[in-house]
Design a protein around this ligand. Structure first.
Ligand SMILES: Nc1ncnc2c1ncn2[C@@H]1O[C@H](COP(=O)(O)OP(=O)(O)OP(=O)(O)O)[C@@H](O)[C@H]1O
Ligand SMILES: [Mg+2]
Length: 371
């Protein structure tokens, strides 16, 4: 798949930008802070309904705008599909597919993108939240309907937390029937998410492993899903996950009431990445960190390419070349250069490796001009 047209209105520092992309390589050039990442972040948003930089949508809406709109036209073989999303400061966000009103969660069905960004080293070295986001993006790419499950889960988690907070100082005898009602959806939705995360990772792991072998010959990587508060067998079924999760919720119920906070669930889980059996988070060298971070993205891209009927994902390279040594640059380019479309950003053209030249756009103060 590839994106032929992107229109941004009130998106970050882009009051109104319109870009005609080509199949193959597209390059956004401009000094720091001009709005290059903002452009590719919008494409990523259509694919994942989230930003790689912030949670929530407040900062995505232009400072002087009441709402932010992204329109994109995507070529799927011979078929073009246009999608749009409007994020509102006040009121409900809206989406369209082929001009018709649609649920927000319908949009990622038509858009697949894999983004490489400087922040990716956090996948290996950073807080568990980065790895959860990686898995959740993967889950939604594999099963778009899960976007709805995530939204429901977040709602239930918020309600459950505020209920626990209000019960915190309540007498022991306080009525907890509302909490029990929330618990059943919390457990069902949470187990669904954990199940999908484990399942998605299983599918993509061989591709990640291959990519890593290719970048850093010889070393083996493995990964284990860690559910906070309970253990899971390797081949745990959906029902076994739900039972274990329900038991863990039961186990912490007293502490949760004392602390007024949810203490177990997918919102606290992690995936432990091991390089030669050592945890990457604490043991990986700088080079290993980058090789593994790139491999995680490359593995997802390779999986999507093979499995999604809509063809290749759009490959986004946001400012990554400055981070890589010559050998990794050329290995990365050799693997991704035959994808249908690449969107590349760079502050200076000189940082772009050979073979990554195509249609160029200058980005200045939120304005985009094609060369
Ligand atoms: N909601 C917003 N409204 C207006 N401007 C915003 C908003 N969010 C971010 N910006 C501005 O956008 C600019 C950053 O844009 P972006 O991250 O795309 O830069 P960039 O061109 O990728 O720069 P770099 O080369 O440093 O990565 C900053 O000046 C920031 O203040
Ligand atoms: Mg940037």
């Amino acid at each position: 798949m590839w994106i032929s047209q992107l229109d941004l209105v009130g998106w970050r520092n882009h009051e109104r930008s319109s870009l005609n992309f080509e199949q193959g390589v597209n390059v956004l050039i401009g000094p720091n802070g001009q709005g290059k990442t903002n452009v590719v972040e919008a494409v990523r948003y259509l694919a994942h309904l989230s930003s790689h930089r912030v949670s929530g949508s407040a900062s995505l809406i232009g400072d002087d705008a009441a709402q932010a709109t992204i329109y994109g036209t995507f070529a799927h073989g011979t078929r073009d599909v246009s999608v749009g999303i409007t994020l509102k400061r006040n009121g409900t966000n809206e989406a369209t597919v082929s001009g018709n009103p649609a649920k927000l969660s319908e949009v990622p069905r038509w858009v697949s993108a894999v983004m490489f960004a400087p922040e990716d080293s956090s996948l290996v070295r950073g807080e568990p939240g980065f790895r959860r986001q990686f898995l959740d993006d993967l889950v939604v790419a594999m099963s778009p309907a899960m976007a709805g499950t995530y939204a429901d889960f977040e709602k239930v988690l918020r309600q459950r937390n505020s209920l626990l907070k209000s019960l915190r100082n309540a007498p022991r005898s306080a009525d907890t029937s509302t909490l029990e009602v929330w618990n059943s959806s919390f457990i069902a939705l949470g187990a669904e998410i954990i199940h999908h995360r484990i399942d998605s990772w299983k599918k993509v792991a061989p591709f990640v492993s291959d990519a890593y072998q290719n970048l850093a010959a010889g070393q083996a990587i493995t990964a284990e899903y860690e559910s906070k508060g309970f253990g899971l067998e390797d081949e745990a079924t959906r029902t076994e996950i739900e039972d274990a999760f329900a038991a863990a919720v039961q186990d912490v119920s007293r502490t949760e009431r004392e602390r007024g906070l949810t203490l177990v669930g997918p919102q606290r889980d992690d995936i432990e990445l091991l390089i030669d059996n050592r945890p990457g988070r604490t043991h990986a060298s700088q080079g290993e960190t980058w090789s593994l971070a790139l491999s995680l993205r490359l593995g997802v891209a390779a999986w999507l390419r093979q499995e999604r009927p809509s063809g290749d994902p759009i490959i986004i390279l946001d400012d990554v070349f400055a981070e890589l040594d010559t050998q990794r640059r050329s290995r990365l380019v050799s693997v991704i250069s035959d994808y249908e479309q690449l969107l590349v950003t760079s502050a200076v053209e000189e940082d772009l490796p050979e073979g990554l030249h195509g249609k160029s756009f200058d980005v200045t103060r939120g304005q985009v001009v094609a060369r």
